[in-house]
Design a protein around this ligand. Structure first.
Ligand code: R5P
Length: 298
């Protein structure tokens, strides 16, 4: 990275920020944050800022964090930042990419445009792009880079369970299963999922023998945990000897961790895109490489 690039982060992502700063060779500073009794937030950034600033902010708990990004990005410009990059390992609001019912907000488009107005570049990992092909269509800023953690998760799975049968719990996971399976020649398959509600999904297992197999479910997001839980239950009923889970974004909202563990899942492995006790795969090298490639192309 350019010597003048500064990494700004928030206190709750200090560990990830330190890893990224060290991989990318950047100095880092924590944004001071004060929450008033009424819930409003005040931020304080270091002043003045260099020309190039990178903001690290994963967008789990997105509603308050999006307001904070608005305050941080606008303030950074006032303090001298000319090129602002957002590194958001988890990019929220990507799943609502159409109005499923008349009158529904298309959150992906609205949030994507909001971020594109604030930042010159956005880097994220395994964004949930279903009906759009590229991140730039969802986040129309000059540079929009979607990375994948599938190779890193695949290596972790291979180190823990080299004979794993890799299963994607729904059709959208096929893209990550394909990458991971090719890398380590895992046997693999992809389920079909029908969603009936936030916590109600039906899953159909693929036509792959699971009897006696150590299965690893690979997916992008665990939110309510019901997708993984339902897939795990079916796999164990079908004779799998164990079911482990490897995911990029460990959101695990509410009781999701108990839901997944209660379904019989043995190990849960996740990247540090979202801080969680299951984190065991660091994204810093991947993110640092992306920052350096953006710099070379700008
Ligand atoms: C959606 O299709 C994603 O790939 C995940 O499968 C989904 O977001 C998981 O949600 P939940 O944990 O609430 O079932």
């Amino acid at each position: 990275m350019s010597e003048t690039t500064l990494l700004l982060h928030f206190e709750d992502e200090r560990a990830q920020a330190q890893s990224l700063a060290s991989e990318a060779g950047m100095p880092l500073t924590c944004v001071e944050r004060h929450v008033f009794p009424d819930g409003e937030v005040k931020l304080r950034l270091p002043a003045p800022l260099p020309d190039q600033v990178v903001v690290l902010r994963s967008l789990d708990q997105p509603n308050s964090k999006l307001v904070e990004l608005l305050l941080a990005a606008r303030t950074a410009r006032e303090l001298g930042a000319k090129h602002l990059t957002l590194v958001t390992p988890y990019l929220a609001y990507m799943r609502q990419d159409i109005a499923f019912q008349p009158g529904e907000a298309v959150s992906q488009k609205i949030v994507g445009q909001f971020l594109a107005q604030l930042f010159d570049a956005v880097i994220t990992v395994d964004p949930h792009l279903h009906r759009v092909r590229t991140l730039q269509e969802a986040v129309p800023c000059p540079q929009a880079l979607a990375l994948t953690a599938a190779p890193l998760l695949a290596s972790h799975v291979y180190s823990r369970c080299p004979d794993a049968l890799l299963i994607g719990p729904d059709e959208e996971s096929e893209q990550w299963i394909r990458v991971a399976a090719r890398q380590h020649r895992f046997d693999h398959g992809v389920c079909r999922k029908t969603r009936h509600g936030d916590k109600h999904v039906d899953i159909e297992l693929p036509d792959v023998p699971v009897q006696g197999r150590a299965v690893v479910l690979l997916d992008d997001i665990a939110s309510s945990g019901h997708t993984l839980a339902q897939a795990a239950r079916l796999l164990l009923q079908a004779g799998a000897s164990s079911v482990d889970v490897a995911i990029t974004h460990a959101l695990f909202s509410g009781d999701a961790l108990q839901v997944v563990q209660g379904a019989g899942v043995r190990h849960i492995w996740s990247t540090d895109a979202v801080a969680h006790e299951s984190n065991c795969v660091g994204l810093a090298p991947l993110l640092a490489q992306a920052l350096s490639s953006l710099e070379q192309n700008s």
